[in-house]
Design a protein around this ligand. Structure first.
Ligand SMILES: [Zn+2]
Length: 98
């Protein structure tokens, strides 16, 4: 430790400054991660609410891929077409509508 950290260039950050900066960056990253977790949890909740509401209104088309068993929920709303291929395995579910 002795002498090693003595920077010739005074503009060069000291080890202490670097550590402080690193700690600050780590804290920021942790805060961002925490924020992302909250956002994802909220999205999940919203998605669940949407699916339940659509289901209750009879506006949810449920199907299961005959190939891989993937469960596909599609809202029966205007301009939302039923998927032609399974999102999981690309298996063809139906003929393309023209
Ligand atoms: Zn599939």
């Amino acid at each position: 430790m002795r002498g090693e950290s003595m920077a010739r260039d005074t503009k060069k950050p000291t080890v202490k400054q670097m550590q402080a900066l690193l700690a600050e960056m780590t804290t920021t990253l942790e805060q961002q991660n925490q924020m992302l977790r909250v956002v994802f949890a909220e999205c999940d909740k919203l998605n669940m609410v949407m699916v339940r509401m659509l289901e209750a209104q009879g506006l949810l088309h449920k199907e299961e891929c005959s190939e891989c068993g993937f469960k596909i929920n599609t809202p029966l709303l205007e301009d939302i077409a039923l998927p032609i291929n399974c999102p999981a395995c690309e298996h063809k579910l139906r003929d393309e509508e023209e």
